[in-house]
Ligand binder design. Sequence first.
Ligand code: NI
Length: 174
Amino acid sequence: MSVLPIHFHPDAVLRKKCETVTEITTDILTLLDDMVETMYDEDGIGLAAPQVNVPKRLIVVDVEQREKGEPGTPIKLINPEVIMKSDNLTVLDEGCLSLPDMRVEVARPDSVTVRYMGINGATQEIHATDLLAKCLQHEIDHLNGVLIFDYLSPLKRNIVLRRYQKNMRHAGDM
Ligand code: NI
């Protein structure tokens, strides 16, 4: 397994509508393993394939890592989609590995059911609440080219993006 480089906003790959995976090849399985390793290396709770420059509908998540402080059981999801969501929205302060140092308060359903294909090719469903529900929605957003600042009003988005661009320029100086 290897750690892959993360792509940052404004890389165009992050804005693509990702392709459906039609066949589970060894390349796909290797990519999923590498995504898990990259997620742990970056101390993230989720990662989507476009963040490592692959515009395919693949995500990995492990929220136990954050809750317990050590890696739990990573979930690898192929072609995930939200098939049910609660009417009740809650706000979470979210970050993203492709947006270093940015935090955005995002209101999302607090529970969802996600259907996906597992690595064995079988269709599966997860009913998720709390942090896992938020994480799954955040990662599925990536597959549709959606980033957390898209949820902000134009005014707030400008402020957050100006600060981000400034930080990224400084990071580039070092
Ligand atoms: Ni993200």
